[in-house]
Design a protein around this ligand. Structure first.
Ligand SMILES: Nc1nc2c(ncn2[C@@H]2O[C@H](COP(=O)(O)OP(=O)(O)O)[C@@H](O)[C@H]2O)c(=O)[nH]1
Ligand SMILES: [Mg+2]
Ligand SMILES: [Zn+2]
Length: 291
């Protein structure tokens, strides 16, 4: 029997099977020996053995995230609030860079549009409209989420973003559609104070999964090789190979096409400044030189 792991706690795994049942499974001893740990998001083969189900095979992973631990992620939806808390563009740009580094599709969602006037929303839009990312402005509290569900369907999406921006509220407003374990979900999402200790995939349908992540305090940018950082700002790609020097890091070098693009407003100043900050952050960490 085939299935997908949606939850794992204490050596037991919840698997959504192809015939749409949620079953609890152990793992075959062979995995322990091989040092393979099944992870939420894994596509697995399940066998009935002795008196229970065991996971006997794990399909090759397309990718795996470590924090949160989720396999086969197709995209990351980064959620920020337009206000309360104020959007932190540096954190946002760190997250987009990390996603690019891991080859994950990015969706950006600005929530709490009710708390910002149109000038502020325009300002935010202007910063991000020059990126290739799909941007949504929503009001999760009033269930005004536009076409967000469309981009979730047939994907495994990880929700990321600081705490308090409305991730759980967003999940709650799409939850009436969760076709399995809906009873559990409102409980799991909780009313505000819920802290996620283990990762769990919420099931929208048999090909649509969402993982909420607990709020985070710091993001380790040194995972990114400093030479690769410039490729982690997707809107720089348009100017790839146009700088005077091939090795241009778009900072102090003469004849830099990226810096020119910033001047011409082809690349947003805000994004560029965050690129420089992140670059400095990585280069001030001795670990970044080991590679
Ligand atoms: N004004 C306003 N408040 C919202 C909106 N979405 C969520 N909130 C509130 O923001 C607070 C934090 O929301 P929550 O979903 O727990 O954020 P999370 O920490 O990202 O999961 C709660 O009090 C929500 O009611 C919104 O669109 N507008
Ligand atoms: Mg939450
Ligand atoms: Zn350059």
């Amino acid at each position: 029997m085939q299935g997908k792991i949606t939850k794992g706690v204490g050596g037991f795994y919840t698997v959504l099977t192809d015939d749409k049942k949620l079953i609890t499974c152990g793992i075959k001893g062979i995995f322990r020996n091989k040092n393979i740990t099944p992870t939420v998001g894994d596509d697995v083969v399940v066998q009935f053995k002795d008196n229970g189900y065991v996971i006997s095979q794990i399909s090759e992973r397309k990718n795996i995230l470590i924090r949160p631990s989720v396999a086969n992620v197709s995209q990351v939806m980064i959620v920020m609030a337009c206000a309360k808390p104020e959007p932190n563009f540096l954190v946002l740009d760190k997250l987009t860079a990390i996603c690019e580094d891991k080859n994950l599709k990015v969706i950006i969602c600005f929530n709490k549009t009710d708390l910002a006037d149109s000038a502020k929303i325009d300002k935010i839009r202007k910063i991000y409209e020059k990126t290739p990312y799909n941007i949504f402005f929503i009001n999760a509290k009033n269930k005004e989420t536009g076409s967000i569900k469309d981009v979730l369907y047939n994907n495994t999406t990880v929700l990321a973003g600081p705490s308090g921006v409305g991730k759980s509220t967003l999940l709650n407003c799409i939850s009436p559609d969760f076709y399995l374990n809906t009873g559990e979900i409102s409980e799991k999402i909780g009313r505000g104070k819920h802290t996620t200790r283990h990762t769990e995939l919420l099931i929208l349908n048999e090909s649509t999964y969402i993982a909420d992540t607990p709020g985070f305090t710091n993001i380790d940018m040194t995972e990114i090789d400093i030479e690769n950082l410039k490729y982690c700002f997707a809107e720089f790609a348009e100017f790839d190979g146009m700088c005077k020097y091939n090795s241009c890091m778009h900072e102090h070098e003469p004849g830099c096409r990226v810096k020119e693009a910033v001047k011409n407003d082809e690349i947003s100043q805000n994004r560029y400044e965050n690129y420089i900050s992140i670059k400095n952050e990585i280069s001030s960490n001795p670990r970044s030189y080991k590679k």
